[in-house]
Design a protein around this ligand. Sequence first.
Ligand code: SF4
Ligand code: SF4
Length: 311
Amino acid sequence: MHGTRILEEADRLMTVCNSCRYCEGLCAVFPAMEMRRSFSDGDLNYLANLCHGCGACYTDCQFSPPHEFNVNVPKTLAIARAESYAAYAWPRAFSGAFARNGLAISAIAALSVALFIFGFAACNDRQVLFGVHTGPGAFYKLMPHNAMAALFGAAFLYAIIALVMGVRAFWRDIGEPIGMMAEPRSLWQAMKDAGQLRYLDGGGVGCVNADERPSDLRKIYHHFTFYGFLLCFAATCVATLYHYLIAREAPYPWWDLPVVLGTATLPGWGRCWRCISAWCSACSSPCLMASSCTASIATSRWCATRGNGTR
Ligand code: SF4
Ligand code: SF4
């Protein structure tokens, strides 16, 4: 017995796949699956988080719908993955936001920015909203540096604590000893695989796209996004060092390092657009899998064309 209906289904599929093993060269899910004969909830959540929804095992599978075995590994693991995010969320009270996180994030982000700007203007000089500010320090007229550092520092701290607590809950669930987390060779291998997106290649031919033809586009866009975030982080770090070490205040000229690093993140927005545009026509809403930023257009299409719905 498993904790949820989708984990029951994942168990059924992994048992079928363990007998078949045709897909073992496609990604990290199948070799990991082969190390078990039966699956706990933690095992299934672990496998679900190894899958990135490339779709290769769906198009390769001789048992995918309309076969009576109804083997749809990407869809099942994507839903299990989204539910695992909610299950491991910290604090638990926020876990419900994962179900419709596109709407929740948009509303919270818009409200936070409005509250910050109008709150600051209300507590200080209201004319700051209507004035023209140029030159060094102009940016901080609207968003004071200390208030910004305190607000985003708190958000950063909260994110780190939430991630650590989420990983702690996940680690308990998969039942591995804590020492495994700090095993240098495994950590190095994991970092290399993640940095190269080793498994995001559908077994060598690329991930399946909306037209069910494989290509490396997803891998390329994921690289843009991942390294874009790293560049964004580097830009923020350099600007912080400028501010505190050599007392140089924003805004910086276009050729300066924080601006150059920040501008280099732009190609990553292409990937974000792809996720946002993954709209599921089966239930006229953003696809559940898309909202957890794990789906390809192809998986949304499967929901729509096969009438499965998202849950
Ligand atoms: S997805 Fe299909 S083809 Fe691949 S291992 Fe599972 S049952 Fe076999
Ligand atoms: S969808 Fe891709 S990553 Fe997920 S199990 Fe299938 S082949 Fe592996």
